[in-house]
Design a protein around this ligand. Structure first.
Ligand code: PMP
Length: 450
């Protein structure tokens, strides 16, 4: 197998996700033969540093020896079994562990096999809870502007990425949309805390007006990732939790992207010391190995479905691969690595290195902001740094950074004008310096011409 061969065969039969396939007339596909740690290697031996953890999933590196060992052991006993009526050890152990490490009050695990499906589960479960409790008026959801919760129709409905919403509008549910607490838009001199509180007023007003018809508020705690790595202060979550309680509305925390240490704590909700009614997890759950997702909820929610069969109150949802034994094994091995490596503490030094290595970019004439939450660092390019006027999306400035990074052996995949690092936790301080150097060059090239 060589690079050209696999590219030709791929383009003859595949349709890639999130891709205008015509781009590949000029933008080469990158075939990957092997992964090791934070690095990916093509068929010619060319290496790329995976600065985005392969779409934010990988935590402890590719081909991690510990996860590999655990998976090989599991392969010899059980690969998969139906989870309705049957169970197995990896799913029981994983559920016990998740109940132990997630915020207090989350006692039940319901599995699916990707992030979007977990969001569907949470939305349906919240709606169905209220229905089982006799509150049939509750049929709507509140979401934040610029949020992203996945691609299936329910998850897409509670997202607010303009292109997606406009395109699929006729197919979607109609959520109520509150302004985002995104601190990029704070006033000059205003801090994150005050801006997040200021933005909460609109959410409070929406809850006050619509709580009787609202099942739940769904949020991406601390970082709206797909929306451009936009960040807010934990005080917003604190206020939201209290308001949801006051108005009798559920809180769904979508930690699919930010869970498992990305924001500096194991779960982002910890920074606000809150427990949601539903916690959606996926991506890092299996260390980036296998598709798996889970929704954790409270016994209060569980009890609303627990009844005699004839009452028809059971939750109506299943996927064939729910609770797959290999995926659960990868998840358990990943959680073992968190303990063995004391990863959350160890990441503090890496996060500090990311901050130091990119500090100079804060003064760049075409950088509007360098922001960070733990292991997520974002650099926002802008046409005019002082007014924060963005580059027109048609100019595809981020793509120029992407191309440059590939030529230097790094995988950076900007979101529009936002260049970001979300590396696996096995990245070294020197590799972070390398990424910062490549990003700086890429930003210089991308913003150098008008
Ligand atoms: N929620 C959030 C916050 C996400 O970032 C994503 C994926 N980027 C999803 C949901 C959807 O997950 P999946 O791609 O596994 O369907």
């Amino acid at each position: 197998m060589n690079n050209d061969d696999i590219i030709r065969r791929d383009l003859a039969v595949l349709w890639h996700p999130c891709t205008q396939m015509k781009d590949h007339e000029t933008l080469p596909l990158i075939p990957i033969a092997r992964g090791e740690g934070a690095w990916l290697t093509d068929f010619k031996g060319r290496r790329y540093l995976d600065a985005i953890s392969s779409w934010w999933v990988n935590l402890f590196g590719h081909a991690n020896p510990h996860i590999n060992r655990r998976l090989r052991e599991q392969l010899d006993s059980l690969e998969h079994v139906i989870l309705a009526g049957f169970t197995h050890e990896p799913v029981v152990r994983l559920s016990e562990k998740l109940v132990e490490i997630t915020p207090p009050g989350l006692e039940r695990c319901f599995y699916a096999d990707n992030g979007s499906s977990a969001v569907e589960v949470a939305l349906k479960m919240s709606f169905h809870y209220w229905r089982n409790r006799g509150q049939r008026r509750k049929t709507r959801f509140i979401t934040l502007a610029s949020s992203y919760h996945g691609e299936t129709l329910g998850a897409l409905s509670v997202g607010d990425v303009p292109l997606y919403r406009e395109t699929y509008e006729p197919l979607l549910l109609r959520p109520l949309i509150a302004p985002s607490p995104d601190c990029f838009h704070r006033a000059a001199g205003e801090d994150w805390h005050d801006y997040s509180i200021r933005q909460f007023a609109a959410m409070e007003a929406l809850l006050e007006r619509h709580h009787q018809e609202t099942c739940a508020v769904i949020v991406e705690p601390l970082v709206q990732c797909a929306g451009g790595m936009r960040m807010h202060h934990p005080v917003y979550l604190e206020k939201l939790r209290a308001a949801c309680d006051r108005y009798g509305v559920h809180l769904i925390a979508d930690e699919i992207a930010v869970g498992f240490g990305r924001t500096g704590t194991m779960f982002a909700c910890e920074q606000a010391q809150i427990s949601p009614d539903f916690l959606c997890l996926s991506k890092g759950l299996t260390g980036g190995y296998l598709p798996l997702s889970v929704v954790l909820t409270t016994n209060e929610v569980y009890d609303a479905f627990y009844d005699d069969y004839g009452k028809l109150n059971a939750f109506l949802h299943s996927h064939s691969y729910t609770g797959n034994a290999l995926a659960c094994t990868a998840a358990l091995a990943t959680l073992e690595l968190f303990e063995q490596r004391d990863a959350i503490n160890a990441n503090r030094a890496l996060a500090g290195r990311m901050r130091a290595a990119t500090a100079h970019l804060a003064d760049h004439p075409h950088v509007a902001e360098v922001r960070q939450q733990g292991m997520i660092l974002a650099i926002e390019m802008a046409r005019d740094r002082s007014t924060r006027e963005p580059y027109d999306w048609r100019e595809r400035r981020g793509l120029r950074v992407y191309r440059h990074a590939l030529s230097r052996g790094a995988l950076l995949r900007p979101l529009g004008n936002v260049v970001y690092f979300m590396p696996p936790y096995v990245v070294t301080p020197e590799e972070i310096d390398f990424l910062a150097e490549v990003a700086t060059e890429g930003i210089d090239i991308a913003t150098g011409e008008s």
